[in-house]
Design a protein around this ligand. Structure first.
Ligand code: 9MG
Length: 312
């Protein structure tokens, strides 16, 4: 039995926790480069950080040719969407200027777009960066602030009709890990995301284009992250596609006795598999080929048949 199908049946039945529209969220995302099927298998999003200071791959691809080459390699390995970012959001990271962020991401997006039609997401909370990235050929906005940091962002997403990722974060990256506190992390993250989905809808963003994300590691302790990952069904109840980013994050290092980011591959695969089994539609990862292979087996067992290939 496919548990995810059951999720969708539950989700799309008569009770909608946010509104009573007749949309069918969760199955397909409409991008400028075609429809993305996010229900027939777990989609892998490859991370392309064009930054000197990201926690795992910072500095690895600070030049755009290398970043684009890595992106092409991720596509070859089965990534169905790439997430291009020009500002690190690791705990304590300092913001970069608009010009610098544009200088980092635009050449990479243009280069990828010249030779590939794979959907490209831009990881930014700045409207001007998102607008330029969409003009350069990007398809999706990944906003870790859930449209809160730049008041112009919601209107851009509504006007262009592109899919948007709304992520939960307590605080801001510079200080978010100082002392995260919740009464009930699962309820608070779910309520926050429900409110952000409602606010996005009011701004004119179509419900079926909204992806939600609990923001693992963003203002959360190990216990908070584990509680969220254990109870993803609570977030699935909102009826939106769900993205999870666990790849090589600090909570995995904590579980594995202070393992460094380089030692977190197996833990990341285990976390991605568990997230998929609990209903994640998209997983955001550094290690594309390993994750694609792990999830293909996970999806096959979950479905009891070979999963849709998603072009892989
Ligand atoms: C940019 N970034 C880093 N981690 C992330 C996560 O877990 N989700 C999303 N949407 N973006 C992330």
């Amino acid at each position: 039995m496919d548990c995810r199908s059951l999720d969708f049946i539950d989700v799309n039945s008569n009770i909608d926790p946010i509104d009573s529209g007749d949309h069918q969220p969760g199955r397909v995302l409409a991008t400028r480069h075609g429809l993305m099927d996010i229900a027939g298998h777990t989609v892998v999003m490859g991370i392309v950080n064009v930054t000197p200071d990201s926690f795992y791959d910072g500095g690895k691809r600070f030049d755009s040719a290398r970043a684009a080459a890595d992106g092409f390699q991720m596509i070859e390995a089965g990534a169905e969407v790439l997430d291009i970012g020009g500002e690190s959001t690791r705990p304590g990271a300092q913001p970069v200027s608009l010009d610098e962020e544009l200088r980092r991401v635009l050449p990479v997006i243009r280069e990828l777009r010249k030779r590939s039609s794979v959907p490209i997401s831009v990881d930014t909370y700045k409207e001007a960066v998102a607008r330029a990235a969409l003009d350069a050929g990007a398809d999706i906005v990944n906003d870790i602030s859930s449209l809160r940091f730049d008041p112009a962002m919601a209107a851009l997403v509504a006007r262009t009709g592109v899919p948007v990722i709304l992520m939960h974060m307590q605080g801001v990256p510079q200080t978010m890990q100082r002392e995260p506190r919740y009464q009930n992390v699962v309820d608070e993250v779910r309520d926050f995301l429900a409110e952000r989905v409602r606010s996005a809808s009011l701004a004119g963003i179509a419900r079926e284009q909204i992806i939600i994300d609990p923001g693992i590691g963003f203002g959360k302790t190990l216990a908070h992250n584990l509680a969220l990952l254990k109870d993803l069904h609570s977030l699935k109840s909102l009826g939106q596609p769900l993205l999870i980013g666990v790849s090589r994050k600090a909570f995995i290092g904590k579980i594995l006795n202070s393992a460094a980011p380089e030692q977190r591959l197996e833990g990341s695969l285990a976390a991605a598999v568990m997230a998929a089994l609990r209903g994640a539609n998209i997983v955001r990862v550094h290690d594309v080929s390993e994750t694609v292979r792990a999830l293909r087996v996970t999806d096959a067992i979950q479905l009891g048949r070979l999963p849709d290939s998603g072009g892989r």
